[in-house]
Design a protein around this ligand. Sequence first.
Ligand SMILES: C[S@@+](CC[C@H](N)C(=O)[O-])C[C@H]1O[C@@H](n2cnc3c(N)ncnc32)[C@H](O)[C@@H]1O
Length: 215
Amino acid sequence: MLPTPDLSHLKKKDYEYIYEPAEDTFLFLDAFEDEVPFLKELQPTISLEVGSGSGCVTAFVGKILGESSCLKYCTDINPKAARATLGTAKQNQLTVDVIETHLTDALLPRLQGQIDLMYFNPPYVLTPSEEVGSHSVEASWAGGIDGREVIDEFLPYVKRLLSPKGAFYMVVVNENKPDDIREIMKQDGFESSIVKTRLAGREKLFILKFVRSST
Ligand SMILES: C[S@@+](CC[C@H](N)C(=O)[O-])C[C@H]1O[C@@H](n2cnc3c(N)ncnc32)[C@H](O)[C@@H]1O
């Protein structure tokens, strides 16, 4: 079992401003642990976590990928989260480039078609639309109608950013209608699978994986 990244530099107070790793985060780590053989074979040259929050997932995946071989990017819309991710990378002896931006805005068009590994634990909670678009801790969960507003905005970027061999992983809950998301991505030329699911209280969490269809 791979160790959970060291987050001891982040204090209770920090989690008033950034997302505290929770069941969804830990399910994501478990999924990536299962995906180690795939990731080792993939040998990504460039990876990107969208919405890195505390940096917990990036640090975990960074340890799997190793320090020298892969250029690791993260984005977050919350400046405090961007800072926390940098701190977590340092705490775990990793180098990452963290960019405060909306989704992947600051990386396009430069990284178009070049990202081998991309992952996003998005704000997926069903909320009124007006709550979407904050730059503070509310951005961690506020997903708007069906919890899909940020997810749906992001999906078209997957085909623009991923390299031909690239893989994209995303956390969703049942209320986000995972089958509908998979169908949208199918239309964009991706095959999908559910690599992990878990019941966490009332939430049924899924980790979806997308790769370009071979046909
Ligand atoms: C559910 S939290 C996940 C945090 C962390 N990756 C984890 O798994 O614990 C969602 C993260 O996405 C960020 N986020 C929300 N909307 C965003 C946007 N439009 N662009 C970039 N980041 C965003 C939030 O600030 C938050 O850090």
